[in-house]
Write a protein that binds this ligand. Sequence first.
Ligand code: SF4
Ligand code: SF4
Length: 305
Amino acid sequence: MKVAYWPGCVSRGFTPELHGSMAKIAPLLDIELIELDRGSCCGAGVIAEHSQELADTLNARTFALAQQTDGHMMMNICSTCQGAQTECQERLDANAEYRAIVNETLSEDGLTYEKGITNKNLLWLLVEDFGLDELRSRVKRPLTNLRVGPFYGCYIVRPEDRLGIDHVKPRDTYLSLLIEALGGTVIEYAGMHKCCGFPIVTMNKEASLKQAGRHLGDAKDADADCVVTPCPLCHLNLDLQQPGAEKITGRVLDMPVLHLPQLVGLALGLSPKDLGLGRHVVKPTSVIDWSSSVVAGVGAGDRGW
Ligand code: SF4
Ligand code: SF4
């Protein structure tokens, strides 16, 4: 399957192990990535606060670049990109007059956005297009006995109607389905569909870290070995900021946070080092130990980082 690939700016900057692990799993899943390297930041809802038309135009430009490729659809690896881009697309697709105004701006770049692009997060693509049975058949190292807590990030689960979540496409359950298909144990906990607190980190750091700490503490209380997220911004608040969350909540959390392609990559047989697991602030020792203990040939003392 060929996709127009939108990595988002965070996966190229703050969390390069996300982009790197996506690049590693793609060939194992026969997914050809046509990277949209001329695309610009989606704005993450922030640009829209100042100029809605500018945010819509930036995303229409990215959609138009995707439509110039021969990819089956556009794919992203960031819940926040999914939410921000879906919102812009909804406005663009609903109004031909507005689309014409935006396309007038894009014409300077030789681009036009035709309504109706399909833009899916990797999570949606794996479940709906690749298929869980196919994924199961490619698992080389089932995540047996690995207890994984899903963390979605709010932009990929709300609002439900805009994101196409219904009984036919229960996208707010897909992480659980995926963990099961990879052979892992799903650990449900109170905060799995809640906001990680990232958007308020610059305005009220204490409240933001309390939020992150509460969700991680819930996952710990439910006995998770790690959590997994399809959102690099959630990853920043849950992993990078975890030492601060521990201070504020007054408890040791020590909860590894994996990017979605890293979890998939482990099950496909890639090494923790290939997947950049050693780059995380909270070293995923429980996951590495699990991985080392099930991989023949990885001896004691070689943790594969
Ligand atoms: S949501 Fe974030 S990571 Fe994604 S492109 Fe927009 S600003 Fe970048
Ligand atoms: S970063 Fe936080 S606010 Fe953003 S999608 Fe993730 S959960 Fe939501």
